[in-house]
Design a protein around this ligand. Sequence first.
Ligand code: FAD
Length: 358
Amino acid sequence: MTDKYDAIVIGGGFYGAEIALELRRMGFGRVVVIEREQGILRRSSYVNQARVHNGYHYPRSLGTAERSRINFEAFVADYAPAVLHEMEAIYAIAAGSRVSAAQFETFCRVIGATCRPAPSRIRALFEPGMIEEAFLTRELAFDASRLAARLLRQLENARVELRLGQTARIADWDDREVRVQVGDRLERAAQVFNCTYADLEFVGAPLMTGLKREMAEMLLIEPPPDLRGVGITVMDGPFFSTMPFPAAGLHSLSHVSFTPHESATAKDGPGMQPRRSNRDAILRDSQRFLPCLSQARVRHSIFEVKATLIRNEDDDGRPILIERNPAAPRILSVLGAKIDNIYDVRAYLRAQELSAAA
Ligand SMILES: Cc1cc2nc3c(=O)[nH]c(=O)nc-3n(C[C@H](O)[C@H](O)[C@H](O)COP(=O)(O)OP(=O)(O)OC[C@H]3O[C@@H](n4cnc5c(N)ncnc54)[C@H](O)[C@@H]3O)c2cc1C
């Protein structure tokens, strides 16, 4: 065995793990995943809303909505044991929303997504006058712990090396290989996949695309009885969302205005830490719409740095970012943006006909 890897994947989140598996399926021989945490899927692949997007979130970005529609059914089938299938997904249009109820219905028709009036039991939960309309839709939640367990088994079966608790940094590269510093060892690989999400700009790979990083806070709550098995998203503006968080058997509660804390760009450097909790503001504002949230029991907040593309700030689009900088053609940087975009990465890898020998 040579001491050179066919591929080094930096980052053992959902994307790093899935990309490593895909490379093995494509015939790559020696593949290693290097992950800073002591386990896989511990960062944004765990700390997120757990929504398997089906398009509804993106009335201002038809491209993202349509891709979500395509990827949703595939994800729900392929990852069935890690998906919460019994869930009522409600999208409520706030009075004063950026889209009206009629526009939302038209949008759902255009993207071919189910959208019916919500049952009266659900409508009765809202404070009168706060929403224009509530719709029953089809959206589900995933269980990040189950995804992690499944990926761990798959990585082992596919004989992907997994190095946990180790931080990688790209040292340099030439036209034959990339050298990566991992602890006190300098590893060599034909190709490197930078799957570090919020750290994408800080592992030594030159990135051309501008990213915005934002510290995000979500509450994990024991939902009131009326909200068990129900996800409610209030659109479209500075509103909130609460939905099952299967990995903890709780609900998440996030708010467009109060979930984001400070934001930063590359020049500010890595290492954002939450300075305070917005828990009271998140709860207070959400209760204005859904009074039953006053019976919710807040367990704790979870924080993560959210990375988005600066160019999508206005339309809220969440396309995949796959970047190969011409100055470093053996390094591919991937920002998943949302979990179902995995199919777009797989399609890209196969279309490139990457090979370990390349
Ligand atoms: C608040 C929030 C809510 C979200 N809600 C949703 C949602 O509802 N639905 C949805 O589909 N998506 C959602 N997303 C987006 C989704 O979480 C991400 O698209 C997805 O998890 C990205 O996976 P990843 O593997 O790229 O990143 P991560 O899971 O963050 O993995 C990156 C890994 O790289 C490791 N790492 C970083 N630097 C190094 C280094 N130098 N050396 C070694 N390891 C390193 C980190 O420890 C981490 O484990 C949300 C994101 C956030 C933050």
